[in-house]
Design a protein around this ligand. Sequence first.
Ligand SMILES: Cc1ncc(COP(=O)(O)O)c(C=O)c1O
Length: 451
Amino acid sequence: MERVLKSETQEIIHDNQEYTLFSWSKQKGTNPIAVKYGEGVYLYDYDGKRYIDFSSGLMNVNIGHGNQRITEAVVRQMQEVSYVTPSCITKVRGELGKKLAEICPGDLNKAFFTLCGASSIENAIKLARLYTGRHKILSRYQSYHGSSNGAMTASGDPRRLPVDSQQAPNFVHFDLPYLFRWEHGEESLLKDSVAQLERIIAYEGPNNIAAILLEGESGSSGCLKYPVGYLKQVRELCTKHGILLIMDEVMSGFGRTGKWFGFENHGIVPDMIAMAKGLTCGYLPFGCLMVSDKIASKYEDAVLPLGLTYSAHPVSCAAALETLKIYEDDNLVENASAMGKYMDQQVALLMQKHRSIGDWRNTGLLGCLELVKSKKTKEPMAPFNAKPDEMGVMNKVAAKIKELGMYTFVRWSYIFIAPPLCITKEQIDEGLTIVSKALEIADENISAADE
Ligand SMILES: Cc1ncc(COP(=O)(O)O)c(C=O)c1O
């Protein structure tokens, strides 16, 4: 029998689909891009097709793809030493700790290095409970904190629902609606949300609550902005009741929102910061839990019961240190802020053109379009936690985006727009032209009431 020869791309896709598992997906029917290399804001597949990456991978490749300064820093470190136990030290570990203390506000000066976002969150939860001697963790329904057991339970995101029976104890969620779907204005949203949180603290018993965990700016739940002043009031409630405030900066950290950290847009200082993604921009897996001197001082004369074989991995530390230098040398935090403003202006024009855009929420370059079937009723183009058969129009929009040469994250009725922070105005225009073309499909599905 004659063997049908596969192209290189087909072979790669076949091996991946046959021998590896895909996250958060039905295994049949995945349609991945086989990426050969990346450069700046672009990814290239094995057939030479170029994709503009409008979600920076998973909102982590903030410095852009293929930066050889990281490769060189990693190789240099590997030529010296690739691994030491966390009880040995390296020059790069200390340098990185010092640099992070410099960019973090207040007395957030002590770094515990982890492996990823979820392991930063797990250690934050564990440390908050140890430090306070309390057990409950409060977090927002509309949040994602990672897929390990504790982090997943802390997440209100429906990704936790298929593993509902495995949820960890002592997590309490609260609702925080967002302005687009709140009919009574921002002032009432702020008042109601704070009052609701106060009631939950009272019901759960303030002395039982170790920490409130919140994203610095909302990410994959749809960039649902905090009402202005909300985080300040949460900070005050935490201080009043001796509850620790943990900010999850895994997605919103490292320039993504036009500041080093998302919470800096809200004028607060937390007690701990969970970091990952933009710390190494995905060049190597890594994370960090930054804690205040006050918390760390408890463990001067007591054992700190946290540990990971790969904590402070020298090669990941080297990648992180070089990444931080790139942010500074290339003024990426400032560029995110400036390009974010340009993005807002250009999206405002798209909103005039496309009837299917219900809302645009963006801070720096962490943005999301919410598509609706009707501007009048605000019925979303796909419902919250949409099932595959409810994603018809959105799947067509996503397929068009990909066909036209863009990679980005499409979820329910959301199209995320969070490109690498090194993006230029011309590249924003190029990306939005693709989005606009794809939105024509959504516009055709506007309900008759809006005609
Ligand atoms: C806000 C936030 N926290 C935590 C995580 C988990 O990070 P990781 O996937 O590296 O475990 C994510 C991942 O998307 C995230 O967006």
